[in-house]
Write a protein that binds this ligand. Structure first.
Ligand SMILES: [Zn+2]
Length: 81
C-alpha cells in the first residue's frame, strides 16, 4: 500500500510503498528519515517524533523493528485501534 508520511514541523512529506502489514524495510526507513528531516541534531524526532503522521491514519506512529539479536531491521507503522 502506498502511504504518505508528513512532518508538520518541517512541512515535509514523502511517499512509501509498504506491505499491507505496515512493515517498513530498513532502506525505506532510511530514505523516509532523510526525506522527512535531513537536519543533523534536529529535535523533531523525524518519522518517530510527535510531528510525524501517516496520511489517512490519524494517531498512527512509527516504531523501530529489531531482530532477535537486537539489530535494527526497519520500522513498523502502529495504527491506533
Ligand atoms: Zn527535524
Amino acid at each position: 500500500m502506498l502511504i504518505t508520511i508528513q512532518n508538520n514541523f518541517h512541512g515535509s512529506s514523502t511517499k512509501l510503498n509498504i506491505k499491507v502489514d505496515g512493515k517498513v524495510s530498513l532502506s525505506q526507513e532510511r530514505r523516509a528519515k532523510k526525506a522527512i528531516c535531513g537536519v543533523g541534531g534536529c529535535q523533531c524526532g523525524g518519522i518517530y517524533g510527535p510531528h510525524a503522521e501517516v496520511e489517512g491514519m490519524p494517531g498512527a506512529y512509527f516504531a523501530e523493528r529489531f531482530d532477535r539479536s537486537g539489530r535494527k531491521v526497519g520500522a513498523s507503522i502502529i495504527p491506533v485501534t
